[in-house]
Design a binder for this molecule. Structure first.
Ligand code: ZN
Length: 309
């Protein structure tokens, strides 16, 4: 039993239409589910990913239209790291982003860095990892250059050593002191790397990551990992039904909100695979409020065609 890398990453946007344009058009991800925040159903929860929303490729956003811009600080994820196949793909993304007016910078080691329109930082690395490629089929992005899913995240932590016992208990390993912590599963791996925080404290808001979810098999594994987390000092929630997966949440000692999410349900549970992201899907408890919710939500267009309003 091991976590199979990341399951999903959830961030905050104040502008759903612009968010869809950036992630589904420019980055070429597929909008695989348009639903609402189950804890606050008058705002969107948008899911992007590969063609079927495979765990390891799922980037989600809560839309809070009035959210002020946030800043990542101590205890927060500050960058999302994607994999591509090689240097040619990095070059493709540098050109595509620049042509679209998104500034890019190259880091040592050939890592490409950019930010979304609300300041959320992304990095792309060329990876020779054996993990299966999790690609979406955007018509204007050659498949060889497409994003392949998450490599991991970078978070700020003042004393990252505090997180070591919990991470170790959950099965993460570090290849070198001070290096990234790796969740190595049988088929996928994902990493979290801690960096020294900038001086100011962070502010949760638009353009910041809300939580990261690691990939667990099913309820049995969630139950077992939940006990492990308690034994390592965490205070997890009960298992919560999120319609497309089941989840357990807890804050790790450096402050990052962790979720463990199951892989055994998926997005086709309430929408045909060919139509993912086309309809506003509501969990049963909110179906009775559909008319009011549809009236309150910002209309958004899925670039894959049709007005998904
Ligand atoms: Zn989540």
């Amino acid at each position: 039993m091991a976590l199979e890398g990341l399951h999903h990453i959830t961030a905050i946007t104040a502008d759903a239409p612009r968010n869809v344009d950036f992630y589904a058009r420019l980055l070429g991800l597929r909008l695989v589910k348009k639903t609402v925040n189950f804890d606050q159903p008058d705002v969107y929860h948008l899911y992007y990913g590969d063609e079927s929303g495979t765990p390891g490729s799922i980037l989600t956003f809560f839309e809070f239209p009035d959210a002020a811009p946030g800043t990542a600080g101590d205890g927060m994820v500050h960058a999302i790291v994607w994999r591509v196949a090689g240097p040619d793909a990095l070059g493709f993304w540098a050109q595509r982003l620049t042509d679209d007016g998104t500034a890019v910078t190259w880091d040592e080691g050939g890592l490409l860095r950019f930010a979304d329109p609300e300041g959320l930082t992304h990095e792309i690395v060329a990876s020779d990892a054996g993990d299966a490629p999790l690609t979406a089929r955007a018509l204007d992005i050659p498949p060889a250059h497409a994003l392949l899913g998450f490599h991991g995240v970078r978070a700020y932590a003042r004393v990252p050593e505090r997180s070591a016992p919990l991470l170790t208990a959950l099965g993460f390993a570090q290849r070198a002191p001070g290096g990234a912590w790796i969740a190595q599963g049988e088929t996928r791996h994902g990493v979290i790397h801690y960096d020294a925080p900038p001086a100011p404290h962070g502010i949760q808001g638009a353009g910041t990551v809300h939580h990261i979810a690691w990939s667990a098999a099913d309820d049995a594994e969630l139950t077992s990992l939940r006990s492990t987390a308690i034994g390592a000092g965490a205070r997890p929630t009960p298992i919560i039904d999120r319609q497309y997966f089941h989840s357990v949440y807890f804050r790790e000692p450096s402050g990052v909100l962790f979720e463990l999410a199951s892989r055994d349900i998926g997005f086709a549970v309430d929408e045909a695979a060919a139509e993912l992201g086309t309809h506003l899907k509501l969990p049963p408890q909110y179906e009775g409020q559909r008319a009011q919710l549809e009236a309150a939500l910002t209309p958004i267009t899925n670039p894959r065609g049709g007005t998904a309003g």
